[in-house]
Design a protein around this ligand. Sequence first.
Ligand code: S3P
Length: 167
Amino acid sequence: MKLSLIGFMGSGKTSVSQQLAKKLGLNCMEMDWFALQQNGCADMAALFEKGGEILLRETEIELARDWRDARDVVISTGGGVVMNKIITDYLKENDGRVIFLHVPFETIRERIKIDTTPRPLFEDADAARDLYNFRLPLYKRYADIVVETEDKSIDEIVEIIMNLIKK
Ligand code: S3P
């Protein structure tokens, strides 16, 4: 089984992927972590300083290509993978299913306020809202499954996904 979670920054991809992988006995692959390792960077601020957003996007394409034949994995993607359709094409290879965690922007904004992870593309809330509005149709278009996550716990979201993938 190959599952990939997509969604905007702060949509819970990491927590849900970890819990989902645990429940299904799969490996959890955090794309951001691999991108940082591959470029020898401690965090996204350092990666953006090294090569800008384009370095992240190129690395994401390489990782998704390397993982085309991955099995028994839950891939937690970075929020920007929908900027390159080739990435979601790779994620869907080998019967991969792409799951979008939908969260309203205002909820995301509240979450990110209290999160200290460096996010170079979320430094300005208005610019982040524009980015969210731009990407929303892309997440929906590339997703095989859309999960409405507002007011739901991680366990509830995982439960919903587990039921949906049985179908
Ligand atoms: C980004 C999302 C981040 C990270 C980078 C850029 C984006 O990942 O890849 O800061 O373009 O939305 P998360 O969605 O895991 O925060």
